[in-house]
Design a protein around this ligand. Structure first.
Ligand SMILES: *Cc1c(COP(=O)(O)O)cnc(C)c1O
Length: 392
């Protein structure tokens, strides 16, 4: 009997992957040249499949990189000269902010406590955000509104210098999801700024209006249920223009994986380096599987399974969902607070061949994280719930 991985990445493989790997072996995919028409066909079919599934505009370019983490670095490096702005609510959004610091930029952030969403976007709209940015005191504390921690002094004019606004759609560390409409509202309010969205642990679930956004990225070992090793970036024409502008100005935008070079090769359905051809082949195959099911069905199934999990934890006498506000509950990574018995619970599940994730960071030993990706069927989630229900 095999384990079922409810871990949020690497995750349970999508059930068709084994068959696709066998097919790849049959076709000797691992030995084909990445400069061959056979590879170009795989590349172009992958790109069109992804654009079709997610509704990406035709003039956006798809780049293949090595991971979500690489995509973070490429994002900052290629479009930010001085200042990016970050909505930070957990480890991954923080990682992107820190990447900007490490690259010598001067990022700004607005940070809310773990497990919380950006309430002000919901309650008061984007105008409130502008107000806060303009009235923030030098100590870094907001003049009004709810908790915003850390951060440097920030004023209206400084925000005007922001080149890129960064969102982490689904904060995998805390199970908090930013509603798409909040991201869209910010994008519409600041049409002159580039918008980046990390969708690593929510793709293909979010229903994003891509024409409002510039750099959207993910890796394939989470929602797509593929082996790790491939990052995907969806990039707007103006983000590429911006990288060319920075390059002309003499700013370092990287080498083989800078946007102009990636774009030059992507236009030929190729990559600058020898890519993980097997991964791209498998990605294309799973995209086709997803297209057969349809994005609407995938989203609906995700919502249904998430509801089962949240209902269970909301009705449990001692355990609870870590995210209290329904608006911000992730549909793809469900985080539950277990308390002291977390280790024994994980052990019990493991003995029954079900692997759930630990909490993240400070919550490592008291929370569990349960992925709700397309690879896990409703029956599989129900099986997990049955075991959780029977746990003494
Ligand atoms: C996993 C994850 C990443 C990092 O992706 P890798 O492919 O592991 O580098 C980035 N952002 C989020 C939200 C993630 O969940």
């Amino acid at each position: 009997m095999k384990n079922i991985y409810f871990t949020p990445g690497p995750a349970q493989l999508y059930p068709t992957v084994e068959k696709h790997i066998a097919e790849a072996m049959e076709q000797q995919i691992c030995s084909i040249s990445h400069r061959s028409t056979q590879f170009e066909d795989i590349f172009s079919s992958t790109v069109s499949g992804l654009k079709q599934l997610l509704g990406i505009p035709q003039d956006y370019t798809i780049f293949f990189v090595s991971s979500g983490t690489e995509a973070m670095e490429r994002t900052i490096q290629n479009v930010v000269e001085e200042k990016s702005f970050h909505f930070v609510n957990g480890s991954f959004s923080k990682r992107l902010y820190e990447t900007a610091l490490e690259l010598g930029k001067h990022p700004e952030k607005i940070e809310v406590p773990l497990g919380e969403g950006f309430e002000f976007l919901k309650d008061k709209g984007v105008a409130w955000l502008e107000g806060i940015l303009a009235t923030r005191s030098p100590q870094g504390m907001p003049a009004a509104g709810r908790a915003l921690t850390e951060g440097k002094a920030m004023t209206g004019p400084q925000f005007n210098n922001v080149e890129l606004i960064c969102f982490t759609h689904n904060e995998t560390s805390t199970g908090v999801m930013i509603p798409e409409k909040d991201i869209h509202a910010v994008a519409k309010t600041y049409p002159d700024k580039l918008i980046a969205v990390d969708i690593v642990s929510s793709v293909p679930y979010p229903n994003l209006d891509y024409k409002l956004l510039d750099i959207i990225f993910f890796s394939v070992q989470k929602g797509f249920g593929l082996p790790a090793g491939l990052g995907v970036m969806i990039v707007s024409p103006r983000a590429i223009e911006r990288s060319l502008y920075l390059q002309k100005k003499g700013i370092t935008i990287g080498t083989y994986h800078n946007f102009p070079t990636l774009k030059k090769w992507a236009d030929k359905n190729q990559t600058p380096e020898t890519p993980p051809v097997l991964e791209i082949f498998l990605f294309e195959a799973v995209l086709k599987d997803f297209l057969k099911i349809g994005i609407e069905t995938l989203r609906r199934q995700t919502d249904e399974k998430a509801q089962l999990l949240y209902d269970f934890f909301d009705n449990h006498p001692t355990w609870s969902s870590a995210v209290k506000d329904n608006t911000f509950r992730s549909q793809t990574v469900i985080v539950a607070t277990i308390g002291n018995g977390q280790k024994q619970l994980k052990e019990y599940l493991k003995n029954n061949r079900m692997i759930v994730g630990s909490g993240y960071g400070t919550q490592k030993d008291i929370q569990i994280r349960i992925a709700n990706f397309p690879a896990l069927s409703k029956q599989t989630i129900e099986k997990l719930l049955e075991f959780l229900h029977n746990y003494k």
